[in-house]
Design a protein around this ligand. Structure first.
Ligand SMILES: [Zn+2]
Length: 385
């Protein structure tokens, strides 16, 4: 399977200049491709193929005075920018046709200098990790990398990223042996858990074990709001506005990293303790809207499920998504009757008593139902694992 390995890099001042040139050229080629396709669409012409654009926007453009500087950067970087534009359009078309998971996406937009910048080098570009630990990039130089962990094998590509706060990263794509992370199976039959996601707490596991939403989510959110308000008060084009914008971007980055760290910790623990993991296939967006609007925790749900599924697959755990229309909250886990809380009003009900006399904690009951349904699906050979 393909995995990404990301490291902070520290380019020197001249290297930063070369990178800026490459970012700029890649952005221009990307934007030219988007412009060409917008134009074709307006004129009722067929979708311009990447090969045709490659000739017009790279090969031929290098011979014009306006675009001659494109020859100063690696050709692979420019080709990859075209590939990115093509992929953005393919995603957009798939989204219109309803063939893409997630919410509808709009047509590709022009890239701006102030956004995150990136360029990609494939093997053709002859990038290399040198014996001294430096990363060699053609037409840029040998960059210093903070190797926070080892690359498991030779990478097939590397993307160089510059964040709006001025940090640089190298993100390698590495083919990893599918068995590389396999964990010892846990023979204990009880080493299984359902996961009921997010209402009062982040998640409830077997035995009513609660994973709380970390406090720093809210704290960082408040900080972000404050910085955003400060930004909105600054005069357009002023130096103070630029400073305030960087401050907002820094908090966004901090939120992203803190959230990823926290999610990884939870995933790691659940996979270490359970052979079978059963989750409700939540419509995460709907959940976010109705329950905890705009909270940082929302974004964590999607990330949590994605990383849990992938970690479970890599380590050889059973991971099953239970249909999201399965009435995990409403069913009584003792008798099966649909006597539990329902609807928006039911969101506040924490405990309830079924007609059969069983007393339930809402989330603990849901976890039992999810786990049972997940096991049933596995036994019936219907689990999509
Ligand atoms: Zn009952």
């Amino acid at each position: 399977m393909l995995l990404r390995y990301r490291y902070r890099i520290y380019p020197t001042a001249p290297q930063r200049q070369s990178l800026a040139r490459s970012f700029g050229c890649a952005r221009v080629v990307y934007n030219d491709a988007v412009a060409a396709r917008k134009h074709a669409h307006r004129e009722g012409l067929p979708y311009p193929a990447t090969t045709a654009l490659s000739k017009a926007l790279i090969t031929d453009a290098k011979h014009t005075t306006e675009r001659a500087w494109l020859s100063e950067v690696s050709a692979v970087v420019l080709q990859q920018a075209l590939a990115d534009a093509d992929r953005a359009y393919k995603n957009f078309f798939a989204s219109i046709k309803g063939k893409r998971a997630g919410s509808r996406i709009g047509p590709p937009r022009f890239k701006k200098r102030s956004n995150t910048q990136s360029i990609r080098f494939t093997r053709n570009a002859r990038f290399a990790v040198l014996g001294n630990g430096r990363l060699h990039l053609p037409k840029i130089g040998n960059l210093k990398v903070a190797w926070s962990r080892d690359l498991p094998s030779a990478p097939s590509s590397v993307t160089i990223i510059k964040t709006p706060t001025g940090r640089y990263y190298a993100s390698f794509v590495v083919l990893v042996d599918d068995g590389a992370e396999l964990a010892e199976p846990i023979p204990d039959e009880d080493a299984e858990t359902g996961i009921d996601l997010g209402l009062k707490s982040f998640a409830v596991l077997r035995g009513g074990k609660v994973i709380d939403s970390p406090k720093f989510f809210r704290k960082l959110e408040r900080k972000l709001k404050k910085a955003q308000r400060a930004l909105s008060r600054k005069t357009k084009g002023s130096a103070n506005r630029a400073k305030a914008r960087i401050k907002v971007a820094k908090i966004h980055e901090k939120i992203k990293h803190t959230r990823a760290d926290w999610v990884d910790k939870q995933v790691h623990r659940i996979v270490a303790e359970n052979q079978g993991i059963y989750v409700e296939d939540l419509h995460v967006k709907g959940l976010a809207k109705s329950r905890m609007s705009k909270s940082t925790a929302d974004a964590a749900f999607g990330m949590f499920l994605t990383r849990l599924e992938s970690k479970a697959a890599r380590t050889g755990r059973t991971f099953v998504r239970v249909d999201r229309y399965f009435p995990s909250t409403r069913s009584c886990s003792a008798c099966g009757a649909l006597t539990g809380p329902k609807g928006l009003k039911g969101l506040k009900v924490r405990t309830w008593v079924c007609e059969c006399g069983a007393e339930h904690d809402r989330d603990a009951n849901a976890e039992i139902n999810i786990r049972r349904e997940g096991k049933r699906l596995v036994a019936a050979g219907q689990a999509d694992t």
